[in-house]
Design a protein. Sequence first.
Length: 147
Amino acid sequence: MLYLKSFVVELGGKTVIKGVDLQVKRGELALLMGPNGSGKSTLLHAIIGDRRCRVVSGSILFDGVELAGLAMEERIRLGLGLGFQLPPRLKGIKLRLLALRILEKRGLARGEAEKTLEEYSRLLKMGDLLDKDFNVGFSGGEVKRAS
């Protein structure tokens, strides 16, 4: 479960999230709507621990764990993540290399990272994409799977 209570966030020295309360239970789908510039993306970036977003006050719990003070990497290990509507295309950077670097950054040894990547690529049926430039020439579905 994700739980926010009186959540206040600053971005660039300006308060952009003011006292948000939110509860999303496991298995629920939440829709975050608002006009451009209303703070939707900032709220999500603050939840995942983006360093540009300073949490001024309030509480943020994920599956009962207080996230205040946890780095983004720790939040990812707990299962938090953020997908982008239009992920970048990285010409010259192979999906395999990028994925291995991410897994290694999360603490996996090279051999374990390679095994994990092979398992996920098999499950997601994306083995043929591993040696292509990240998101370059990928279909919409391939972009979603790769991201």
